[in-house]
Design a protein around this ligand. Structure first.
Ligand code: RFL
Ligand code: PHB
Length: 395
């Protein structure tokens, strides 16, 4: 038996950072929403992904009253270390940007805070739904049909639909007249989680002839590390000894710094790509986050970019409901794309700067080395990197 159709102002598909931040921002403006999520709450809250938040994302969490646990448990870093040719170069972002910091607070912890707070506001998130389909996008009453977690067919009538369904989502396919731009990188990252104390108090990004390596953290007891690998490598082909030997070689320095090893309890390979869909709306459907754009993880931008879309869309919807004017909503794609292309540029730049690429010519290789040398010795170049890393201001 079908449930009676249910109504809300904004129907959101996907309970990732884009969908959950959007629901909170709308709630702040008194706009109702319902989120439909295909995974279970445990799965959403247990998937390990990003680690780094831009300064304004941190400020927004605080503004939404969601900053309490983050203030206690996140790691706040002054900057990062770039390491190459066996030497470390510290970039002090706090100095370079007038006080902005790098916040390491894992994505799944952000999601736990957003979900708990949304449910405490009696906001509706339906987990474990299937067969979500979008209808009547160019009418004033678009709809979502789906199967509930209990297996019942259901319908949600809305004023607006938002596809926050991530890189594998299908909402994007409904955007007519879109052009998609993509770039594939000839490498991926092997990421590991390790039970070990911290080896360094900040993130280290290393370029080495054997490939990139990144040292990050999750907690005082759990560390997150990555090494450059082939885009489709199988983690099973990387025994622990090989991973440690690569990490030591890629991260080693002439000043005797050492990496602390520990038990590796998770391994995974991620491919790297850049992608932009140049239209993010059609009729009463909008898309936000990874549904519309993807960046390689080197610049730590993906989650933050998803949140920026949610901010711009919430502003447009707030203006629409308050004044009846759709102008800001109509400019949603253009407003988002200005930020998206800058984040795409920065993520591509960091990736190209720090990875070895067998397809690169000797000339290009030397240009990269000159670029690294420039970044760590020029205040102007270091400032440009810093302001992008900690996050450009929202328009
Ligand atoms: P998400 O997080 O993928 O969420 C989409 C949600 O939609 C659900 N869904 C559906 N629900 C109902 N019906 C359907 N038909 C559905 N189809 C999909 C999915 O189950 C999911 O819950 O997208 P969103 O919200 O746009 O957020 C994007 C971010 O998650 C992503 O950009 C970041 O994780 C990228 N990223 C990083 N970003 C940063 O800002 N800083 C970092 O340090 C950082 N590190 C990373 C990263 C991504 C990584 N991987 C694994 C790709 C490190 C890694 C390794
Ligand atoms: C992470 O901690 O997972 C992480 C940190 C920085 C990045 C990407 C991922 O650039």
């Amino acid at each position: 038996m079908s449930k009676a159709p249910h109504r809300t102002q904004v129907g959101i598909v996907g309970a990732g950072p884009a969908g959950l931040f959007l629901a909170h921002l709308l709630h702040r403006h008194g706009i109702e929403s319902v989120i439909l999520e295909s995974r279970t709450r445990e799965d959403v809250e247990g998937t390990i992904r990003a680690g780094v938040l831009e300064q304004w994302t941190v400020d927004l969490m605080e503004d939404l009253g969601l900053g309490e646990r983050m203030a206690r448990e996140a790691h706040f870093h002054r900057g990062i270390t770039l390491r190459f040719a066996g030497e470390s170069h510290h970039l002090d972002f706090e100095d370079l940007t007038g006080g902005k910091r790098v916040t390491v607070y894992p994505q799944h912890e952000v999601l736990k805070d957003l979900i708990a707070a949304r449910l405490a506001q009696c906001g509706e998130i339906q987990f474990g739904v299937r067969d979500v389909a979008l209808h009547d996008l160019t009418s004033e009453q678009p709809r979502l049909t789906y199967t509930t977690g209990e297996g019942e067919p259901a319908e949600l009538r809305c004023d607006f639909l938002v596809g926050c369904d991530g890189s594998q989502g299908t909402a994007r396919r409904h955007i007519e007249g879109r052009t998609e731009y993509g770039h594939l990188y000839p490498f991926g990252w092997l990421g590991i989680l390790v039970e070990a104390p911290r080896s360094h108090h900040e993130l280290i990004y290393a370029r080495h002839e054997r490939g990139f390596a990144l040292l990050s953290t999750r907690s005082p007891e759990i560390q997150r590390l990555y090494i450059q690998c082939g885009p489709t490598d199988d983690p099973a082909d990387y025994p622990d000894e090989l991973i440690w030997s690569e990490l030591h070689r890629r991260l080693e320095t002439v000043d005797g710094w050492t990496l602390t090893e520990g038990r590796i309890f998770q391994k995974g390979v991620i491919g790297m790509r850049s992608f932009v869909c140049d239209r993010m709306q059609h009729g009463r459907l909008f898309i936000a986050g990874d549904a519309a754009h993807i960046v390689p993880p080197t610049g730590a931008k993906g989650l933050n970019l998803a949140v920026a879309d949610a901010v711009y869309l919430s502003r447009g919807l707030e203006c629409f409901y308050r004044t009846g004017q759709a102008g800001e909503l109509e400019r949603y794609t253009d407003t988002c794309l200005r930020r998206i292309w800058k984040a795409e540029r920065f993520s591509w730049y960091m990736t190209t700067l720090l990875h070895t690429n067998p397809a690169e010519s000797d000339f290009e290789h030397r240009i990269r080395l000159a670029d690294l040398d420039y970044v760590v010795h020029s205040q102007a170049a270091a400032t440009a990197l810093a302001e992008n890393y900690v996050g450009l201001p929202l328009d």
